[in-house]
Design a protein around this ligand. Structure first.
Ligand SMILES: [Zn+2]
Length: 293
């Protein structure tokens, strides 16, 4: 029926355009009516597509919940879902490599990592990083001349090996999580990129973290335990990304063995996973000013 009306309107527009005694004003009115109708239809279709996508993402998250999401209270779950949906809406996910496809579940899992990391902060989307490139497994970097499982580059691209991403998710308590690791890099970088999300981390906590990470990185040089990845971190950016993995996957152990690292991260991210407080009094969406966080 809709197609029928569109054809009728289009035929009328053509008729008016070809009619010998039509005035310019009449032709203009006919054209406005036709294109207005078309614009309205497309707007309605787009609105419907967005709604369907949001429902699908929400259903996928409920069907394949992450451990973090599972531990949230119902109201927090709804906020988490809303953040995941808005995060996905702002990103482009591009499959790379033979046979690779990007499903709603994959997008949801990636977004869930970003939202988990930032759930204690005012909502941010790492707006500089608009594109995710997803490889089925480790990919060869022509820049570094070696195989990588993930990277965050300043051209606004986050690259992930899906196999490694899933391995990181498979055991949520082994201290290894590629998704959280790369999102931590993105968070650290985004905070310093002058755009709408610039400077969102509390400066005092960030300064404290910089001091802690520098001294702990030195002190941990001979550490042989599960924390040796921290000791081998080549710089403070890598130290932060590894510390974030441990913070969420082994919070009790990190707090017990390295309380300075734990408490500094807990303040910076406004979360306390060791006590089961997944979401430590996060401010409502977009209501807290960046400077006063
Ligand atoms: Zn890294």
């Amino acid at each position: 029926m809709l197609l029928f009306f569109r054809l009728i309107l289009f035929a009328l527009l053509v008729y008016f355009a070809l009619a010998p005694d039509i005035t310019l004003a009449e032709l203009l009115i006919a054209a406005i009516a036709y294109f207005g109708f078309e614009f309205n239809i497309r707007r309605q279709q787009h609105k419907k597509a967005v709604t369907v996508a949001a429902d699908e993402i929400r259903a996928t998250l409920r069907l394949h919940p992450t451990l973090y999401y599972n531990r949230l209270q119902e109201a927090q779950k709804q906020e988490f879902e809303a953040r995941v949906i808005r995060f996905i809406a702002q990103k482009t996910f591009i499959p790379r490599g033979p046979g690779m496809d990007v499903t709603t579940e994959m997008q949801m899992k990636i977004a869930a990592c970003a939202v988990q990391l930032t759930f204690g902060l005012p909502e941010i989307h790492f707006s500089h990083f608009k594109t995710f490139l997803l490889y089925p497994e480790r990919y060869y970097s022509t820049i570094y001349k070696q195989y990588h499982c993930g990277e965050v580059n300043m051209r606004g691209i986050i690259v992930l090996s899906w196999r490694d991403f899933e391995t990181g998710n498979y055991n949520p308590a082994d201290g290894l999580n590629l998704g959280l690791h790369e999102m931590a890099h993105a968070l650290h970088l985004e905070n310093g990129i002058p755009n709408g999300e610039y400077d969102f981390l509390n400066r005092e906590y960030l300064y404290h973290w910089a001091t802690v990470s520098e001294t702990e990185r030195e002190r941990l040089q001979t550490d042989k335990s599960i924390f040796r990845r921290l000791s081998s971190a080549p710089d403070t950016h890598e130290f932060f990304a590894v510390a974030v993995e441990l913070f969420f996957e082994l919070p009790l152990l990190l707090k017990q063995e390295h309380p300075g690292i734990y408490s500094s991260l807990a303040n910076l991210l406004n979360q306390d996973p060791a006590t089961g407080a997944q979401h430590a009094a996060a401010p409502p969406h977009h209501t807290q000013t960046i400077a006063t966080l």
